[in-house]
Design a protein around this ligand. Structure first.
Ligand code: F6P
Length: 502
């Protein structure tokens, strides 16, 4: 059975009846900006947003998120609400406003200088700071208040996204034990050795254990979470059921749900005149018409393995000179979390690596690496996927990595090769991709050469097998599985005679 938006909609209706669906995340799905004296609306570069937006469009409901666009306040009502998407509204976005101090402590500080490096384990040390923890706690309380006052006592399903809100489930359940609460952790969960360094580890674990259901992309992250709870708390972890039992008979299910793309919608859009036009313009602007394009597309983040990728490209042109003059490596994507020192350092490192590699190999009429360090709207992203013969995902550690799946989704002509880090969640499902260890430059370069030299038939066969997987395990199936499992928690606890007291 192929999951679609309609099937998801019907399933949600059947499982939850008229219960209201509330999705919560830090990053909002639509941001309003001032540009050239006008207000424009953009969908931010975020795997979480590209996954969730089609789901909430299908189910309807309320999405609560931090209002961070420069013109966000201009378009909302008195409660901070605005219908989205602007051209054809399908759900309501409620914006929560944060002060600069709150954003600095909660988002830049605790979420992205503690939890992000702690969970990814890529040799960037977390920076534990009491003031950031306090801001994180306050912002979680602020979101809880915003949700509770929107609900006004109404029954609801609250679906929290990500590591910005580890305390939100317990705050919601303390006020409203009747709410059904699930959380999806979009990044990896580390091993207990790494997690035990966090001074607020118990508060975070208790916060998360207030969820009825806690989801990760892959089984390995669920196992890490269960092992962490087992080691840190005096509580019953049931490995067979993959769950944690609390006092009062409360249970938190911990399950893997690998996120994916809106395969049908995105592959259709990749064929649109707008995307074909964008591809022609990109080729013309950057003189790419006669080149073979390899693509790397990421937010500039140290977990994505961008310098490692550039070093492999450098090695490719040294070791396999036949690819000089013909191949252009396009490294695209916007700056990210720019107020954090490590991100500034990364940005500088990338600039100087690109300059050096282009100087070493380039010629009058050929620039080996094209750096497009900017936000690209979806049609341009899809245009790049269409143009790319090879897409390189070299994350050093990643929960899933949706770029890998988006590339496959957009490759309707079957003519493309995915080079994929084996340290991504996606590598577990996508066995037919050419898998690499991004730290191993020599082999990485060999695999790039193999991707460029792969015969037509092998390319097509691999691509067909990979696309089949993404099509079957699409985003509607992902959401359907999460929400039906969540609905099941209530039925099960009733049938086991459990009394949910929190
Ligand atoms: O998918 C992980 C994630 O952290 C999302 O939560 C987030 O929206 C995305 O990456 C981009 O990061 P940010 O929202 O900090 O720009």
């Amino acid at each position: 059975m192929l999951w679609t938006d309609t099937l998801l909609q019907n399933t949600v209706r059947e499982k939850f009846g008229s219960l209201r669906l509330v999705v919560v995340s830090n990053r909002e799905p639509y941001m309003h900006f001032y540009a050239g004296g006008q207000v424009v609306c953009e969908r931010p570069a975020s795997g979480m947003v590209s996954g969730l937006d089609p789901v909430v469009r299908a189910c309807g409901g309320l999405w609560v998120a931090h209002g961070s666009g420069t013109a966000d306040r201009l378009v909302v009502d008195a409660q901070g609400r605005v219908p989205v998407p602007p051209e054809n509204p399908r759900y309501t976005l409620k914006r929560v406003w944060l002060t600069k101090e709150e954003e600095a402590g909660y988002y830049y500080g605790f979420a992205n200088e503690v939890l992000w490096p702690l969970c990814h384990i890529v040799f960037t040390r977390p920076r534990f700071d009491l003031a950031d923890w306090t801001a994180y706690t306050r912002v979680n309380e602020k979101f809880a208040q915003a949700i509770l006052s929107e609900l006004q006592g109404e029954p609801a399903v609250v679906w929290i996204q990500d590591y910005h809100f580890a305390l939100l489930p317990s705050l919601l359940k303390a006020a409203r034990p009747d709410l059904l609460v699930a959380q999806f952790w979009h990044i990896p969960w580390p091993n207990p050795e790494a997690f035990r360094t966090c001074p607020w580890k118990h508060e975070i674990l208790w916060g998360l254990l207030a969820n009825d259901l806690l989801g990760f992309h892959i089984r390995y992250h669920c196992d890490n979470f269960l092992a962490t709870v087992d080691r840190e708390l005096e509580i019953r972890v049931d490995r067979e059921r993959s769950s944690v039992f609390h006092h009062h008979g409360i249970e938190t299910l911990v399950r893997p749900f690998p996120i994916s793309t809106d395969f049908a919608g995105l592959s259709l859009q990749a064929e649109s005149a707008e995307v074909k036009d964008a591809a022609r313009r990109l080729q013309a602007t950057h003189k790419l018409q006669d080149r073979r394009i390899c693509l790397g597309l990421d937010r500039l983040d140290y977990t994505k393995g961008i310098p490692e990728r550039l070093r492999a490209v450098d090695r490719l042109f040294t070791k396999y000179p036949a690819h000089r003059q013909r191949v252009v490596f396009v490294q695209a994507g916007p700056e990210s979390r720019v107020h954090i020192k490590r991100y500034k350092e990364l940005s500088n490192e990338i600039t100087s690596l690109v300059e050096e590699i282009n100087w070493r190999h380039g010629s009058d009429d050929w620039t080996p690496i094209l750096l497009l360090r900017q936000y690209l709207p979806l049609p341009q992203v899809l245009a790049l996927y269409r143009l790319a013969e090879v897409c390189v995902v070299s994350a050093l550690h990643d929960g899933m990595n949706l770029i890998a799946k988006e590339y496959l989704t957009a490759k309707n002509d079957g003519n493309g090769v995915l080079v994929l880090s084996r340290f991504t969640g996606a590598a577990r499902e996508l066995g037919q991709a050419l898998q690499i260890n991004p730290y191993d430059t020599e082999t990485f370069a060999d695999v790039l050469a193999a991707a460029l030299e792969m015969g037509e038939e092998e390319r097509a066969n691999r691509m067909r097998a990979l696309r089949d997987i993404v099509e079957r395990n699409n985003i509607y199936r992902w959401a359907g599985k999460v929400l039906t499992t969540l609905a099941g928690t209530r039925v099960e606890s009733r049938s086991r005679g459990m009394v949910p007291v929190r």
